[in-house]
Ligand binder design. Structure first.
Ligand SMILES: Cc1cc2nc3c(=O)[nH]c(=O)nc-3n(C[C@H](O)[C@H](O)[C@H](O)COP(=O)(O)O)c2cc1C
Length: 251
């Protein structure tokens, strides 16, 4: 039997798109396939906001730190954890929803990420390109305003989508053995960690990264430049407040 999964090993994130539109019919096919993803209790506690309008993209652009893909891609999709719709259905049916808590946020966030990834795979299988936007959780408070998300709805990720105008080099990955444990978690001897990351460290693009950022190791580029502790704490505080405002903190 042959499986058509080869494209998964060939994929890479696409950040430049042609002007060719992504039609509604195609988008609907992606959603239909995406919404076949596994979902907790078959509740489908997620929503997907489609942004095509240039004005809306311009409003969202600074909230994604002005990453060019947001205004250049034909479509931007924001995937949200959503207990609003399901809770409303409960209330209409003499059932008391108990989803204003952190566990329910996690449940809905997992659902939203599963559907997001299936939509991405469905898109990539057709030759479309995608880029996730981690900025979604950094500025969730403002994205909520722009997209008019009610209480019970929380953006968890966004994806730009379009026909590729570039074929960038494929980034590296750690060998699978670095992530896979048999039966129980086996903690790593230092030597193993060094071995797993050595390929990444040896790459010319990594060395260039280190030089450009005036650092002496690749790990420092992550800890001191890209994902700094003070930024993580700052954005965590905002995120916790947004979760409270959206009704996910155990009231
Ligand atoms: C949750 C998440 C958030 C991401 N956020 C961004 C982003 O804000 N900007 C960006 O250019 N790429 C973003 N990416 C893409 C990653 O940088 C990319 O997947 C990674 O470097 C590996 O590259 P590849 O997908 O081409 O294999 C994100 C990916 C994920 C999964």
């Amino acid at each position: 039997m042959t499986y058509n999964t080869g494209f998964l090993l060939e994929r890479r994130t696409i950040r430049k798109y042609t002007r060719e539109p992504v039609g509604d019919e195609l988008l609907n096919d992606l959603f239909k396939e995406g919404c076949r993803s596994s979902t907790t209790g078959n509740m489908q506690v997620y929503s997907i906001i489609v942004t095509r309008d240039d004005d809306m993209k311009r409003k969202l652009s600074p909230l994604h730190f002005n990453q060019k893909m947001v205004t250049e891609a034909p479509v931007l999709l924001t995937f949200c954890a959503d207990f609003n719709r399901f809770s409303r259905w409960c209330l209409l049916n003499n059932a008391v929803p108990g989803y204003d808590n952190f566990l329910s946020f996690m449940t809905a966030a997992i659902d939203a990420l599963l559907v997001a990834q299936t939509v991405c795979i469905a898109a990539e299988a057709r030759g479309l390109g995608i880029c996730y936007l981690g900025t979604t959780t950094y500025t969730a408070d403002k994205i909520i305003e722009v997209l008019k998300l009610p209480r019970g709805v929380m953006p968890v990720t966004a994806v730009t989508l379009g026909w590729p105008a570039e074929i960038p080099d494929q980034p590296d990955r750690l060998p699978a053995e670095a992530m896979v444990h048999k039966e129980v978690y086996t903690d790593y001897p230092d030597k193993e960690i060094e071995r797993f990351y050595s390929g990444k460290e040896r790459r010319e693009d990594s060395r260039q990264f280190i030089r450009e950022n005036n650092k002496s190791t690749l790990a420092q580029v992550f800890t001191d430049v890209r994902y700094k502790k003070e930024d993580n704490i700052y954005f965590s505080k905002i995120l916790l407040k947004v979760l409270e405002d959206q009704g996910f903190m155990n009231h």
